[in-house]
Design a protein around this ligand. Structure first.
Ligand code: FMN
Length: 267
């Protein structure tokens, strides 16, 4: 297989407004300023959809944590409204199909810049943010896909921090059913290497194999299906090392309450 211009990692594909300004590649102070602005913008982008209880708050009361999460939602809604208003006034360029990684992108369309040219590509990565990420690019090549030309643009001079943030753009988490059964080849070790955001796995895990998967770096989180179905108080049982109700396979997918709502919790 010919090597892809974007590499073999995950690609963020989206229709996003972009603006190209031809010119020499940014360097020195101008480049440092671009990196600082991009870092700030991508940091804001990452926090928009993320409502995460901060490590420092994990021992606080659930009511306080709930209240803080509610506030965070409210602030996010206000930010989105403010951005919408700002965009309504200024207007945005039309959305263009792009495929993006942290090092390069492909831009599909007829108005893309010529191979060999350099400039600054402004990409509006999130409709809630009226500011674009601005990336110095070299147009390194082009390709055709279904009668559409794609300009292949390599990023130039981005700081490591911005590269890391771009890597995380798009998908927030990946949840894969990858059974932990002995002898079956599993996809998680491969996917884990390719995917840098929250990776969740499930399929036959118990507390020990789940902890092993997390501590071994195979996953960030493990989900439980049937153990939860049969044990409404599963976290509590795991916490105190109690025995578990055994799920009754005869009532799986049965379309009735039995086997879904009648397993007993610990007294
Ligand atoms: C009764 C039942 C209903 C399920 N429904 C869904 C479903 O709607 N969507 C889904 O993605 N997986 C569903 N699953 C699969 C589970 O999410 C999970 O992948 C599977 O049970 C293996 O994980 P486990 O060993 O932790 O149960 C269902 C499983 C069972 C037993």
């Amino acid at each position: 297989m010919p090597e892809s211009f974007l590499g073999d990692g995950l690609v963020f594909e989206e229709a996003l407004p972009v603006v190209w300004t031809a010119g020499p590649l940014a360097e020195g102070l101008a480049l440092a300023r671009l990196n600082a602005d991009n870092h700030q913008l991508l940091g804001a982008e990452a926090s928009l959809d993320e409502v995460r209880v901060h490590e420092a708050l994990k021992d606080e009361s659930p009511a306080l944590i709930h209240e803080l999460q509610r506030l965070e939602y409210k602030v996010n809604i206000l930010l989105r409204l403010a951005a919408e208003l700002a965009l309504r006034n200024s207007g945005l360029p039309a959305a263009q199909r792009i495929r993006l990684t942290s090092r390069a992108l492909e831009w599909f369309g007829d108005a893309t810049p010529a191979v060999g040219s350099t400039g600054l590509l402004a990409v509006y990565v999130n409709a809630a943010l009226p500011q674009p990420v601005r990336i110095p690019c070299v147009v390194a090549g082009e390709r055709m896909q279904c009668d559409l030309r794609a300009a292949q643009m390599r990023f130039s001079g981005l700081s490591d921090a911005v590269v890391e943030q771009l890597d995380k753009l798009g998908i927030v988490y990946l949840h894969v059913v990858d059974p932990v059964t002995d002898g079956i080849k599993r996809v998680s070790p491969l996917l884990r290497r390719k995917f840098n955001r929250t990776y969740i796995v499930n399929g036959g895990f118990d507390i020990d194999s789940a902890n092993a998967a997390i501590h071994g770096g195979e996953a960030d989180l493990v989900a439980f299906g049937t153990p939860f179905l049969a044990n409404p108080d599963l976290p509590q049982r795991y916490r105190i090392n109690a025995s578990l109700n055994v799920p009754d396979q005869a009532t799986f997918y049965a379309g009735e309450d039995k086997g879904f709502t009648d397993y007993l919790a610990l007294a």
